[in-house]
Ligand binder design. Sequence first.
Ligand code: ZN
Ligand code: ZN
Ligand code: ZN
Ligand code: ZN
Length: 482
Amino acid sequence: MEELQSGLNDWGLFVSTLPDKGRCLFTTRDFHPGEAILREKPYASAPNKSGVESRCDRCFGTSNLKKCSACQVVWYCGSSCQKEEWKLHRLECDALSKLDKERRKSVTPSIRLMLRLYIRMRLETQRVIPATTMENYKLVEALVSHMTEIDEKQLVLYAQMANLVNLILQMPNINIKEIAENFSKLACNAHTICDSELRPLGTGLFPVISIINHSCLPNSVLVFEGRSAVVRAVQHIPKNSEVLISYIETAGSTMTRQKALKEQYLFTCKCLRCIKVGQPEDIKEGAILEGYCCKNIGCDGFLLRDSDDKGFICQLCGLVRSKEEIKEVASEVKSVSDKALTSTSSQNYQETISTYKTIEKLQRKLCHRFSINLMQTREKLLKMFMELQDWCEALSYCRLTIPVYERVYPKFHPLLGLQYYTCGKLEWLLGDTENAVKSLTKAVDILQITHGTNTPFVKELLMKLDEARAEASYKLSSKEDE
Ligand SMILES: [Zn+2]
Ligand SMILES: [Zn+2]
Ligand SMILES: [Zn+2]
Ligand SMILES: [Zn+2]
């Protein structure tokens, strides 16, 4: 702990332990919005396996991949990535090579993450990889595992996975119970490594960043540059404040957020948003984000269940919507959604799109215009139209999602910035340069805070904005000439 403290001093941070929260990360100086608070390389990481697509084990890239010829499990994009990983992969490669073909298939990303955790620990004791103040196995040991709160079924699963890890590694003096406990640690501490557009690439364990606690209204965000995790301030953080990030998707009612946190992270959030649970403002927000819309066309009111539970009353105009009618539309939405989920990928795209259009139409009848579910359906349609390169349809759905994004996310949220970016790119493609400049400017304002100004991703965005501006002023001047 003292060692870690000296490492954190350089960042302007310190760890404190609070009785009801456990370890917390605090600042020893002010941080301004956009400033990197902490950077950490993964102690162990593994790329995702997503169907046909494989990823380089080091950089998570997908081009020019070649399989490691010895184990036939791990992929690399080239010799430099392979060389960099060899210290770690050498032992793993030996172990994996001994497995028969069927067993190799059972080596999931979580199993690999655990293999690498043990290999790294071993190399540390053998001093092949040095233990540093910010990178050592002791930091992994200090993570919470919540073993006593896990249900029987999960424990059995962890025990099975631990047995497999033991079988693969065949290390002397390895404790199966400890491996199982480490699986539990990974479940509540490992982070999904994403690209700049927040698409998941893999999983990593970042023991120092794991000290940072959750808030549904955080002062910082976690983003990734390659495999490295970066925590950035999204607001002014004064000296002696706790650094807080969000572990979950924060768009949702307090009940939904609390449920997600309890299920995956086994704690009850007491953040500034969550302590308002049950208060009129919180009930209203929940009813808007996850409730129903008024039958009165043009009325923007939110609905609450009436006292004798016969229906839902609009809090603005007083109109009652019957329970039966709501049930009917809701079950229609469910049956169409089930159909969409079970339909195979071989089904043609147009059919899937028309299914989602039906869902969207039904949800518009059912949900409030700021509904999260409706937004998610539109998000799916946006993605599908992008895939089809139907920019016009894509833009119309993108624009419909923006007011909801603006409502559910704080001012500097990566998802809001990325949505403006998508909107701007679509507007530009469709020749609407003037609006493209507006959207890209909004994207820049947010993403240079959340992603930093020096990343290739933000540099590209800045370049696009410059180009769009030049084009817009050219268009304007040629109009004036006419
Ligand atoms: Zn690579
Ligand atoms: Zn190999
Ligand atoms: Zn909360
Ligand atoms: Zn109404």
